[in-house]
Design a protein around this ligand. Structure first.
Ligand code: F6P
Length: 324
């Protein structure tokens, strides 16, 4: 297949050289992670690492290896002043004076690793502002609207890199024999309507009324108030669930619930909610926490959580109305 390479796409994008260098470096790391993931037990990378991360979650061996890969890359590429990871409490100070801050979840959907189901890497790029080094949590605490690039790699039946530089969403497929990322989905768009939703239904008893009401209306199907049947999917990996939404539409929810009432939800704003919301908006969809656009949230902590409802605009509008 003759298709544009990621390098060619970046050259044509008109973006600053430093940003192109960073995206290529991220893509190199994702290629390495993909190779590790594909070998699984053969590379002795499955199972628990025996450590916990800053969120108090058990780390898998791959979580640790992928975090090391991403941090090493961020340092080596020379254009990242500071990098923040889901796996580390504070950002790492990397190249003083460099133009960008990088945030990432090195391996999303960790519970899928050992059962050979899709997992991914999520990244978000902010321009450095203020101090020369981008050190300390404070320099990272900016709304998602400030992102200049965001994306993810999905390690599934194919490995793909899905990217926005603020002018639409493009998907590249990794060609393993050549190691090239080839443009296979030049303009990913989320249809305005859908008949598919994604939520972990086992939490239903904990949901707030607006979410419960919305899902009950979907479940009521053609004879209910929505007047149509809905299908449900849940891969338990945000990357894979959002990839489906970007590929064929749908709505994805991980809302606030009563299990931890003082926290806004399970997913993290800075390296899960923000990059995915940027992609979804760039693909014509919407992303809210219930009442406001996720990209407009002013963060107060690096690892803060967020309630997430994203995808087809018609469904997100309904959820927003229900919350109001
Ligand atoms: O970030 C954590 C994560 O693995 C997401 O990728 C995924 O959407 C969610 O957790 C799944 O959570 P649960 O196991 O509660 O369904």
């Amino acid at each position: 297949m003759t298709a544009q390479t990621l390098k060619e796409f970046l050259e044509e994008s008109g973006q600053p050289v430093a940003l192109r260098v960073l995206i290529e470096a991220v893509s190199d790391s994702c290629r390495s992670i993909s190779a590790l993931v594909a070998r699984g037990a053969l590379a002795d990378v499955l199972g628990a690492a025996g450590t916990g991360n800053v969120q108090g979650e058990e780390q898998k061996t791959l979580d640790v290896l992928c975090n090391d890969e991403m941090m090493t890359m961020a340092k080596a590429c020379g254009v990242v002043a500071g990098a923040a990871s889901e796996e580390e409490e504070h950002p790492a100070l990397l190249t003083a004076g460099a133009p960008y801050l990088l945030l990432f979840d090195p391996l999303d959907g960790s519970s899928n690793i050992d059962v050979n189901v899709s997992i991914g890497t999520i990244f978000s790029v902010l321009p450095r502002q203020g101090g020369p080094d981008g050190d300390g949590d404070a320099s990272f605490l900016r709304p998602g609207r400030d992102q200049v690039a965001a994306g993810y790699a999905i390690y599934g039946p194919q490995t793909m890199l899905v990217l926005t530089l603020g002018a639409g969403v493009a998907g590249f497929t990794l060609d393993p024999p050549t190691g090239q990322w080839l443009l296979t989905s030049p303009a990913m768009r989320i249809p305005a309507t859908t008949g598919e939703f994604a939520i972990n239904m086992s939490n239903m008893r904990h949901w707030a009324d607006p979410v419960r009401g919305y899902v009950e209306a979907c479940l009521a199907g053609a004879t209910g108030e929505r007047g149509k049947d809905f299908n449900m999917r849940w891969i338990a990996c945000m990357v894979a669930d959002v990839h489906r939404v970007l590929s064929r539409g749908g709505v994805f929810l991980y809302p606030w619930d009563k299990r931890e009432p003082s926290k806004p939800g399970k997913l993290r704003l800075m390296y899960e909610g923000n990059p995915m919301s940027f992609l979804v908006e760039q693909a014509g969809g919407r992303a809210i926490d219930g009442t406001q656009n996720i990209l407009d949230i002013q963060p107060s902590a690096l690892h803060q959580r967020v309630s997430v409802m994203l995808g087809c605009s018609e469904e997100v509008d309904l959820l927003e109305t229900a919350h109001r």
